[in-house]
Design a protein around this ligand. Sequence first.
Ligand SMILES: Nc1ncnc2c1ncn2[C@@H]1O[C@H](COP(=O)(O)OP(=O)(O)OP(=O)(O)O)[C@@H](O)[C@H]1O
Ligand SMILES: [Mg+2]
Length: 353
Amino acid sequence: MKLFGGKKDLIGLDIGSNSVKIVQISHTRKGLQLKNLGITGLAHGCISDGSIQDPDTTLEGVRNLLDHLKIRVKYVATSLSGHAVIIKKASLPSMPQEELEKNVIFEAEPYIPFDIEDVNIDFHIIGPDERDPDKMEVLLIAAKRDAVDQYANIVEATGLTPIIMDVECLALANAYETNYPPEEEGSLVLVDIGAEKMTINVIKEEIPIFVKEVPLGGYQITQQIQSAYSMEYQEAENLKIGGTTDQAQLKKLEEILVSITPTWADEIKQVVDLISTTRPKDVVKKIVLSGGSSRIRGLDKLINMKTNVPVEILNPFSNIHYDEKVFDREYVEYMGPQVAICVGLALRSMDEK
Ligand SMILES: Nc1ncnc2c1ncn2[C@@H]1O[C@H](COP(=O)(O)OP(=O)(O)OP(=O)(O)O)[C@@H](O)[C@H]1O
Ligand SMILES: [Mg+2]
């Protein structure tokens, strides 16, 4: 299995800490076509920090979703995140892509804080290093082999074959690029806010130039609801997502949101500010949100107010057709931001010719 490969007829599988998502997209004469889409909740604690804590329950969740969606394809593209992945920008001697492919282990070694034998490495050449004419900036991506194996084992246990192990931030960039025209100037920030983490990804000319993952997300809110009302996890999730007509609860929910979401906006602002001071030519022109927690009402406005940058919610299906007799438009539009990474994974089948 390669870190990045490609094969037709695969599904994207995103195993998140809150939910498992599956997306299948095929390339037809009429363009990209959605074939399958589904999501199922995962018990809290199955996944933590990019590692599978409870393989049996996780496997059961994936299996149930595969059965429910009647998935018939054999191949799977899935992704890693959290401590399983190290993403570092490096300044390496200038060389063509093919040469770096041969030498990447040697060149990457000083930048990777693990035994180089324990990781799979991939890279993206960003461009010349402006501080040194003999060097180029490269984004190094290292995935820990034991995490790769953990995810591969889950997929194999379902009877399917894992052929692509991507990283979430690149899958997200892929979903964006398929659906939106390239930015003419400056850079773009893709932010995925899930349950236990948020990924902040700065893209310039379709290449990630900066990536940061922070352990913040919707679970913080759920946790506060749980402790305010001594509720179980699922009950608190239902209250958060389904809302309530109880005025006292509404006020409490609002208080919790106001105590948490500004810290998310601050994380994004830090990255926007960092880009404008370190790479003034690449100043951030747009912020695009995805992940289940991007649905929080008013979050886009809050981030816009803090950063002064236009904010929108990612629609990963804007260039992907679907049969409205099979998929309800409202459902697909509602699910879009939450399955963005999974769409990026599902699209990997089209990458390689
Ligand atoms: N309408 C909504 N309002 C508020 N929060 C929501 C809404 N819908 C989903 N969420 C929250 O989004 C989170 C789930 O999002 P997502 O599926 O992107 O996370 P995940 O991929 O499972 O987690 P992670 O990537 O952090 O491991 C949960 O915290 C959930 O409560
Ligand atoms: Mg996620």
